[in-house]
Structure formats: structure tokens, C-alpha cells
Design a protein around this ligand. Sequence first.
Ligand code: NDP
Length: 324
Amino acid sequence: MRQVIVVGSGPAGYTAAIYAARARLAPLVVASSVEFGGELMKTTEVENFPGFADGIQGPELMTNMQRQAERFGAEVVYDDVVRLELEGPVKRVHLGNGDVHEALTVIYATGSAYRTLGLADETRLSGYGVSWCATCDGAFFRDKQVAVVGGGDSAMEEATFLTRFADTVHVIHRKDTLRASAAMQERAHADPKIRFHWNKEVARIHGGDLVTGIGLVDSVDGSETALDLSGVFIAIGADPRTHLVHGQLELTPEGTIAVAGRSSRTNLPGVFAAGDVIDPTYKQAATAAGSGVVAALDAEHYLAALPAQLRAGAVHPVAETVDA
Ligand code: NDP
């Protein structure tokens, strides 16, 4: 049994693991089988994480965080959590490969998942011109026409990045003002390859095997227009990933996990939450990292207050495999 299991491997998860490992709690980090490292694995340059005056590539930042956690004794497994049993003093974390890990505390830091437009053709053409990641797929659209949907920082970041490849980047936004920060807006407005389409919603995505265009509806007068293009990048925000804890952890009206005050304490003793999964507002790598610190310290204090007999059981990190 472990003292601490961290679910999630973004800035919150790894920072929690660094602190827990330095506190000699030998955490296990469940890093996901596909999306380990979190959203920063999909970004290019990160300019606003403190300590990197010249910026750092997102994947490099995450690899550094992982190495830092491992250096102090964290162990990382690349698998998905399929079920969690969070009630009672001993928590059970079930992985996709059948392993079940037990721990006295769980730090839940699963971040958030990209929103979709909810169009049938969006799913059908995902990977065939519809994408949620310019860093991953942008190079496929050299000298092509592409659209970015959304008006926040993500949309501006994606649009600016795509100008490296695309002939024209059409930003489709449902309002006539952007939500993005002033700096990101200025950069996008100054780019001659970016064209803004205000008050427009994507009603249709056209294409047989590959995207060939989109149908737009004007959100003010209802008029319809079409744009021929090869790629649609959807950047309309993200929702906290809470499906594994429904029915166990309390949520806020915004859908994030409810925590007590400025702490990471959830409604269940020994279960702590950190990062974007508790944050409807700030959602920054640096705030997620700080939130990971809080969770590790809360877990440490919780463990210190447990009866010695219970803690004594948590010295040997052993995974048990059960039949599905
Ligand atoms: P946001 O929630 O900030 O913005 C989402 C955008 O998508 C809004 O413009 C919203 O429109 C639009 N939108 C939402 N749903 C739909 C829909 N169904 N159809 C059409 N448009 C829709 O999300 P982001 O991912 O942009 O940013 C999240 C957080 O991450 C923010 O705090 C941001 O600052 C941060 N971030 C920071 C970066 C950086 O600093 N480098 C980079 C990327 C993100 P409306 O405005 O009408 O609500």
C-alpha cells in the first residue's frame, strides 16, 4: 500500500508528486496511457511559467517536472485510471491493465478536457481535418485555408501558431469581441494571415473523407455563409475531467471538484484535488503547479495525523492484479 497516489501528470500532478516525494512519501503518479504530461505536451513555447526568462517548450517543461519528481522517489505508471474507490481509510485505484493500487491518500489532478461543438460531422471528421491541437496537426495544413473556432487565449494561440503553415487562418467567433488577453489579441490582430469572422457560429462541417469547408450562421441576423477550407481547429475551452469521481466527490455549480476554502480537501477524508479540475477561473500552468503544492502539503498533514498503525501499513508499494 502507498501513502500517496497522484492521479494526473500535468503541472498540478507533477508538482504534487515533487513535494510528496521530497517529504519521503514515495508517491505513485498515474500518468495516463496516451495524454501523459497534460495539455502542455501539446503546446510550443511557454513564455509565462516563472523561472524561464527565455521561455521553454511545453513538452520540455513537463519532462523536467517528471524528472524532478522521479529524482526524489516518485514512481510513474503510464496507464489510465478506470475506477476509483475513495471512501474509507484505504483508497483503491483501478488501472486499465487490471492493476489495483491502494493508498492512504489520493491527489486527484486530472485537468480538463477540450469542449466540442456538438456537431455530428465534427466527430466523424476528427483527425481528417478537424483537430483540437494546432501543435500536433498544424503542419498538415501547409499553404491551406484553415479555421480556428473560439475567442479566448487558446484560440488566439492556435491561430497565431497556424500562421506558420497555413495560407490564411480564419478565426470564427460567436461574438464581436474577444475574451483573449490583450497581449494575445494584439498579436493576432497584427498578423496579416489571420482574418476574423465576427458573430459567426459553425453550423456545419462539410467533407466526405476530409474536411472541405464549413457552414456559418450569423448570430445576429441568422444569415448563412460558407467557407471553403481544409482544416478546422476547435479552441472553445475545456471542462474539468470529473467522470471518475461522480457520486463520490462533491462538485461546484461550475462542474469543478469542490474543495474546502483555499485548501485541496474534498468532501472525502484523504482525498485531495488540485489544478484545473478545481479551478473554473485561472487555469494557468503556474496556478496549477501552486495548487499541486497545496495538495501535497494537505496530504502530508493528513497522513501525519493518522494513527501510526494505519500508516505502518503503507510502507511497501505493491500493486495487486485482479481479474476483470
Ligand atoms: P475560454 O473559456 O477562455 O474561451 C473559450 C472561447 O470559446 C470563448 O471565446 C467562448 O466564447 C468560445 N466558446 C465556448 N463555447 C463555444 C461554443 N459552443 N461555440 C462557439 N464558441 C464557444 O477558454 P480558453 O481555452 O481559450 O482558455 C482557458 C484558460 O486558459 C483561460 O484562463 C486562458 O487565459 C488560459 N490560457 C492561457 C494561455 C496563455 O497564457 N498562453 C493559452 C491558452 C489558454 P464567448 O467569449 O462567447 O464565451
